[in-house]
Design a protein around this ligand. Structure first.
Ligand code: SF4
Ligand code: SF4
Length: 144
């Protein structure tokens, strides 16, 4: 179910950068041109949808395809985070949908997950909060 995103998603990261609940960052060392012995370490936004995010020493990358990255993001928002901290990460604001240049909708991805889980009679992922998130996003879309 995630393969369609291999070609649809271009890995620009706009969905993450616009999301009020995404908090991932990376570090960059900046060397000053004026004095190469001086510099600073900066914390910069990172995105799980952008190539290189899961690279580790030795050249391995855990998620190489956009579909794998989309799966990670989607489940992190409505399942993994909740499992650890008790609340869904996604608040249903719809900013990621508005920003995506490929018109990829995360609420549609949620609905795909829900459909797949229903087919398997697995209600674990279909929490009350998740239903509220999708409902809020649908209402927002209808208002626009
Ligand atoms: S709808 Fe959810 S995933 Fe998208 S920007 Fe809002 S909080 Fe983030
Ligand atoms: S904004 Fe859209 S195209 Fe860009 S990384 Fe997110 S889902 Fe992919």
């Amino acid at each position: 179910m995630w393969d369609e995103y291999d070609t649809r998603c271009i890995g620009c990261g706009r969905c993450n950068y616009s999301c009020p609940t995404c908090t991932c960052f990376s570090m960059q060392d900046i060397h000053y041109k004026e004095n190469e012995n001086m510099g600073e370490r900066r914390r910069v936004w990172a995105s799980c949808q952008v190539d290189g995010y899961t690279n580790i020493a030795g050249g391995h990358s855990f998620r190489q395809k956009q579909g794998q990255r989309m799966r990670f993001k989607t489940l992190h928002k409505i399942h993994d985070y909740k499992k650890r901290f008790g609340e869904n990460m996604c608040v249903g604001c719809g900013r990621c949908d508005d920003m995506c240049p490929q018109y990829i909708s995360i609420s549609e991805a949620y609905e795909k997950v829900a459909r797949a889980m229903r087919e398997k009679d697995n209600e674990e992922l279909i929490s009350e909060v998740y239903e509220k998130v999708v409902k809020a996003m649908k209402e927002k879309r209808e208002e626009e």
